[in-house]
Design a protein around this ligand. Sequence first.
Ligand code: HEM
Length: 423
Amino acid sequence: MRLLSTEASSCIAGPETAASERFDPFEPSYVSDSYAQLADLRATEPVFFSPEIGSWVVTRFDTVKAILRDTKRYSAMLASDPLTLLCPRARQIITDSDFNVPPLLVNNDPPSHPHYRAFFGASLQRERLQALQPFIQATVDEYVERIAAGPSPADLVAGLTWDVPALVLFRLLGVPAEDVPKVKHWASSRVVMTWGRPTDSEQIQLAGEAVEYYRYAIGLVRRKAEAQLDDYLSDLVRARAGDDSKATLHEICATAFNLLFAGHETTSSAAANLFKAVLPRRELWDAICRGTQALAPVVEEGLRFDPPVQSWRRQTKEAVELDRVQLPAGARLLLMFAAANRDPTQFPEPDEFVPGRRNVMRHVAFGAGAHFCLGAPLARLEVEAMLASVARRLPGLTLVPDQDYSYTPNTSFRALRKLMVSW
Ligand code: HEM
C-alpha cells in the first residue's frame, strides 16, 4: 500500500551553500511574497539544496520546463507526498485506516500514467465542459449579485472565489452542493498537511481529517456504482464496465479524492490572485469594464504573474547536471513555478502585469508535458466568468487599502484567505 508519503525512501542530502542557509520555504514572509527572494536566488544560485525540505530547489524557466517534459529522467511519483515528514502518531492514524491512494495521474510515471490519463481524461473533454457553461455563468452571476446587494466593504474570497469553483466541480462530479463547506475545509487541511510545516499535534488532527476526506470520496463512488447519473464519476463507472483492466473502483475512488482537491482549490486561488493583481491597475480594470480589453489574455497573464501552484515536485531517476550543479539519482526536486514564470530570459519585465504578452502561453502554472493539468480549460473558463461578471456588475470595485494579505500556511499553494474589496 502506498501511503501519503515516501517516508520509507531516505532523503538524499546535497551540499549546503549560501542559498541553502537563506532559504526557508515555510517562513511567513516568504509564503506571503516569494518573488523578490526567488529572483535573487534564480540569478545567484539557480539550483541549490535545501536541507529544510531535503530537496534541490530549481528556479530557471528553461530548466524547470525541461524537467517537466522529461519523464525518462525525472519521476513524478512523489508529487503529492508531504514535504514535512509526518510524526509517528499522524502516520499511524493513516496506516491504521483504510486510506490508500494508489499512484494514478499526478503522482505517477510511465508506463501506467498514459493509460490512466487516457481513461480519466476522456470524459473531461469538451462536451462535459460545454455542458457546464450555463451552470458556471448562472452560479457566478448569482454570487456577484449577492455581493452587490450586500454591504461594502466585503471579502471577495468568502463572497465569490472560495465557493464557485467547488460548486462547479461538484456539479461536474455529481456531488451534493451542501457538502461544499466540508470539502473546502478538508482541502485546506490537505494543503497544510502536504505542503506546509504543521506541528506534531496539528499533523495528528490533519491526518484524521485526511482519512475522513478519503472516506467521503469512497462513499461517493460507491453511490455512483449503485446508480449512475449524468456526471463525470458516473461516466467513469460506465466506461469501466466492470473491467478492472481499465480502472478498478478503488482507482476511481482515489481519483475522486484527488479531484475533490485539485479541481477547486487551485481555481479559487487563481481567481483571488487575479483580482488582487488587476484591481489596483485602474487603467487595465477600466478597459476590462468598458469591454475594450479581451479577458482571456488577462486570465493567462494572471496565471503567469501569480500562479496558484507556486512549486511542484519531481525526483531524479538517474544522476543529472542542472545549471552546472551535479545531482545524484533519487534527488528530490522542488520546481519553482513562481520563479520560472518570472524568469526575465523568458518573460521581459517579468514583474509587470502585461496582458497580451507574446509568449504568455508558455508559462508553467499548469505544469507541462505528460502531466499538463487536465482541468486547465475548465479553470480558465471559470476564472474568466468571474472576471467578466464582476466587471459587469461592480465596475467601481477597488481593493481596501492597507489590508493584510494572509495565505494558507504552506509553500506550494498560494491561497489567499481573504480579499477585502469596496465599491
Ligand atoms: C487554475 C487552476 C489550476 C491550476 C493552477 C492547476 C495546476 C496543476 C498542476 C501544476 C498540475 C501538475 C502538472 C505537472 O506535474 O506537470 C496539475 C495536474 C492536474 N490537474 Fe490541475 N490545476 C488547476 C485546475 C484544475 C481543475 C479545475 C482540475 C479538474 C477539474 C484539475 C485536474 C488536474 C489533474 C487530473 C491533474 C493530473 C494530470 C496528470 O498528471 O496527468 N486541475 N494541475
